[in-house]
Design a protein around this ligand. Sequence first.
Ligand SMILES: Cc1ncc(COP(=O)(O)O)c(C=O)c1O
Length: 431
Amino acid sequence: MAEAIASSNDFVEVARQHMSPVLGRYFERAFVRGDGHYLYGPDGESYLDFACGIATTILGHRHPAVTAAIRDQADSLVHLCNAVGYVEPTARFAAALADTLPDPLDTVFFSNSGAEVVEGALKLARRVSGRPGIVAFKGGFHGRTMGAVALTSTSLNYRAGYEPMLPGVYIAPYPDSYREGGEEAASWKALQALDSLFASEIPARSVAAVIVEPVQGEGGYRPAPAAFLKGLRQVCDENGILLVADEVQCGYGRTGAMWAFEWAGIVPDVVCIAKGIANGLPLAALVTSRDLQLRWGVAAHGTTFGGNPVSCAAALAVLTAIREQDLIANAAARGAELKSGLDRLAASDPTIGDVRGPGLMIGVEFVVTRESQKPDGGRCERVMQKCADLGLLILNCGVEHQVIRWIPPLDVTSGEIQTALGIFEQALAEA
Ligand SMILES: Cc1ncc(COP(=O)(O)O)c(C=O)c1O
């Protein structure tokens, strides 16, 4: 029976019968090919792909330099495991990645996914500090593994039934500039709440790490104000706590800076990197100072696949393209165009409560009314599906799925931004 289904031409039906239904899906659509910034369905349908495999294909599909690097590397060595020996693309990418980060962040531990890197950060922080406590923020998303999910509070469904969660994790309020009277007031409120957490629930001297997304991703594309990140840096410095920046979604040029923490003028102790670095091949990195990873200790952590040479060869090609084509500047410029187009549409659509975010990481929040600010996930879902019908792939996020996230490729053009805005405008009118 399984064999008959596996040979069927209808691969969607095959998937429905044999792939796990536990995976939540944005769309019930099939895709057979990607080319540049477009995806194609089995009957030739074309979609402008601003979903980017959830912020991952940052140079679009089949980027010639990335494809060539993958081919060349696959022709010489696909896998070794870094514990077995040194390989050139992995070594070179570690150096190139370290070069994108401020001092003293110069030492890389490779993994395969964002959640895996967050697990590594938790283990490093506890081992090095000898402290149990970890502070994360409400609305944060750090992954689905048992450690990472304990830090995640974007949806009850990610946590319910998996208790007890990792002990020693505390979830503190995150500044919500939209609902709490702007950046300054929201930052002050969240920093006060952290102080009160340290006064009433866990002493700061028992906390190993504070982990924060400089722009919350799954939680609704909510940028952390600079004052908040500066405040966190100060609290961590005063109490010997490691500050971990989860840049899995907001890093790598996405916000119009290489790293989102740069906007606040701070340097974290640990940076978690994944998603776009190999343009869709599995690769992730935990970066810290050399000193921290020396103190972590030999064989205190490990991996079979992390730092795979094919992924690292692809990653080197991605970083070269970012540099040679000045794609961080492009992200800033195209982001400004997109933001002003969205602001224009929001001005005449009362269901849009807020348009926010730096560079090409823009959230559009749908509300029942602007006065109530009550999230409207239903409207957001209808707009997202209508955009797909009209040939534009964009995704939602937010605790109530009420935010459309705009994450086009970093090399998106002005023309594509205008096409997407046109489709979005039509979807707003028809959804
Ligand atoms: C900020 C952040 N951290 C961690 C993760 C987990 O990454 P992965 O799905 O690769 O495990 C994600 C995924 O969306 C993320 O956005």
